[in-house]
Ligand binder design. Structure first.
Ligand code: PRP
Length: 188
């Protein structure tokens, strides 16, 4: 991925900005237009995955120009901080049944795919009409679950520690308005 051309001043813990505010805005606008085109007549249910997707989904729904509804799920995957075990647990479930609905799962990042793999299977069992994934980022990692095929992708990012725009390290940096690579000394 090319270095960001955005001139946003960055936090002292950030090694480099990978997507600046204006680049993020362009991506969100493009994804919003794609969703508008595909869901014009179906009143989709946008399912945002807490907590990382909160910033992205708030921007994304405002870039969609057709009726939609929004709900939230929270999940946690177990394992060490570095390596997930693949066991996922629902911490907060949807408020309503989704039978017959067109679902768009909105994520901030697809990494190993464990979270989305679980969510797709879980939501499929509830009888929706369709399920698609909109993820702001796809991390280019070798062992991604192949079953997860996002229809809407914002950008691909390198296999580095990326924070900001909803993504955290130890619950920090979610509020940075841009995406950056964290300096290794912060987490090592
Ligand atoms: C992050 C991110 C995705 C998931 C992606 O969530 O928001 O949900 O990891 O990783 P995967 O593809 O390897 O499953 P996290 O569990 O860190 O929680 P958060 O959203 O509250 O930050």
């Amino acid at each position: 991925m090319e270095p960001s051309i955005d001139t946003t001043p960055s936090h002292e813990d950030i090694e480099r900005v990978v997507l600046g505010e204006s680049e993020i805005a362009d991506i969100v606008k493009r994804m919003g237009a794609e969703l508008t085109e595909d869901y014009r007549d179906s009143n989709p249910l946008i399912v945002a995955v807490l907590r990382g997707a909160v910033v992205f989904v708030a921007d994304l729904i405002r870039a969609v120009n057709c009726p939609l509804e929004i709900d939230f799920m929270a999940v946690s995957s177990y394992g060490s901080a570095a390596k997930s075990s693949g066991v996922v647990r629902i911490l907060k479930d949807l408020s309503n049944p989704i039978e017959g609905r067109d679902i768009v799962i909105v994520e901030d990042i697809l990494d190993t795919g464990i979270t989305l793999n679980y969510l797709i299977k879980n939501l499929e069992s509830r009888g929706p009409r369709s399920i698609e994934i909109a993820t702001f980022l796809v991390k280019d990692v070798p062992d991604q679950r192949s079953a997860v095929r996002p229809r809407y992708v914002g950008a691909h990012v390198p296999d580095a520690f990326i924070v900001g725009y909803g993504l955290d390290y130890d619950e920090r940096y979610r509020n940075l308005p841009y995406l950056g690579i964290l300096k290794p000394e912060v987490y090592s």
